[in-house]
Every structure is written in structure tokens, then in C-alpha cells.
Design a protein around this ligand. Sequence first.
Ligand SMILES: [Zn+2]
Length: 116
Amino acid sequence: MIESVIKCPCGSTDTHLSSVEVFSRADEAKTGLHAKISVESQPSSFTYDNEMDGNPSSRRSGIILHCWCEHHDPDDPDDKDDFDVYIQQHKGVLYTSLQLLSDDEVEVYGFPVVTP
Ligand SMILES: [Zn+2]
């Protein structure tokens, strides 16, 4: 088994998973199944609809891991502690990316998916 740690863009490994969204659809379909499970607060919640808004994949299915990091100032609106890990199917390739919720694109940190 290959394990790796998802790091916050600040470099910290003190990160938490708050919710997961899954978008499932046929190729380029306008609708599909969109499910969201909030995992951090208990009891956890589950919602679903048929909307594809927010799908990381422009053509197929995708997954978003909503995460947050312990090492940011909650009172500073410029110090974002939330970030997303995107997994998207595009043609025959699975891509991953990490994105701050401020929409600043950052490189992928510590999230190797390709097996040796
Ligand atoms: Zn951080």
C-alpha cells in the first residue's frame, strides 16, 4: 500500500477532512448524481441532488475533499484555513489538484497518486 499525507499549502500536515462531495455522471451529461457527506461534525450529514455545478471535471465525474488546516488565524479573513483537494476524471486520466477556497491556484503538495 502506498501512503502519503495531504499537506496544506502552508506546508503543515495538521489537516482535517470536513466533507466529501462526489459528482457522478455520464460523459458530458448536464445532470447526474451529486452527493455530499459532512464528516467532521457529528452526527454527520448527507445531502444529494442532480446538479453538476462545482464538479471538478468539466466532462465526467469528480470528487472534492474539503479540508482545513490547524495553523491559520481564524480571525484573519486573508489567512484562509480551508482548501480543497480535487480529483477529476478527464478522458482516460485521473487528475488531482489542490486549491485554496480563495480560488488561488496552488501546486499539488504531497499528494502523489501515480503508483511507481
Ligand atoms: Zn495551513
